[in-house]
Design a protein around this ligand. Sequence first.
Ligand code: C2E
Ligand code: MG
Ligand code: MG
Length: 305
Amino acid sequence: RDGVEPETVVKHADTALMRAKSQGPGTVRVFTEEMNESVVKTLTMHNRIRRALDAEEFLPFFQPQVDLSTGEIVGMEALARWISPELGMVSPVEFIPVAEEYGLIDPLCDQILYAACRINKSWQDAGLSAVPVAVNISGRQFQNSRRLLQTVEAVLSETGLDPCYLELELTESSAMRDPENAIAVVAQLRDRGIACSIDDFGTGYSSLSVLKRFPIQKLKIDRSFVSDVTTDANDAAIVKAILAMAHALRMKVVAEGVETTDHLEFLRDAACDQMQGYYFSRPLPAVDMEAMFRAGRRLTLPQRD
Ligand code: C2E
Ligand code: MG
Ligand code: MG
């Protein structure tokens, strides 16, 4: 069914094997035609990513996170950017899924993790504000927890960054895919002094019985709820419900994608702890983030009536 010539059958089996490997240990995949099409499409991207890794073309941008009661910068998220000589600046939405599929997510995220920690340490050494940097961890990295923990150890010892200035973000959907493993990894990280937060909260399917057992301190509300929070009563209700639940579980809440004064005021009235979004700043190259620290910039909170 999967080919007339023996070579074709073997090639297709190989394609299915690649797909299975990319999805983690113990996975079985049967070849489908769709795999073939997507293979051709992503192959070019894959080769480019491989070369870009050698050339170290991936680097973190930084987006500040601001405390909604004081207006101070209390953290920042490292967001991967690919500055490609051929393609220009490429968004992670395009290259992260391909890197995941082809088993390149580990070296790619290692580069981002290392650079984020090294740069954060250099800012602290220069006497600029000391805040944690949050690094995104893909679901695959969380599955291979031994490697993740070893990498984090190596990066901390090489850069000299104190673990309290590193935070890891895992998405709600990857946290819930294999919750027992995720809970164990988060607990090990916590014992090592590294906090974890749950990213894109509200877009996955959380089991509340699992959530209450997660040793995390922070939830990030996905920006899809924030964007219409002042116009869509359902989104407003969801955001308030997430805040009530998270606070009852003693977690802090960060709202993502805050773009307007209306968003900000809604979130402040609803007692949201922190915000991240274009309203205060887009993700910035390291030099611009550094300039922001040097200038001591903070959020001017609108006057309450
Ligand atoms: P995320 O972790 O939820 O990151 C937030 C995304 O929202 C970022 O998109 C950010 O640029 C964008 N954003 C922030 N504020 C606003 C706003 O006010 N309005 C709008 N419209 N968007 C805003 P970005 O940088 O394209 O990253 C997309 C996703 O790619 C991230 O979502 C994260 O899941 C993934 N990602 C980024 N860097 C890495 C990385 O180093 N490793 C891994 N594994 N994933 C990464
Ligand atoms: Mg994130
Ligand atoms: Mg997010």
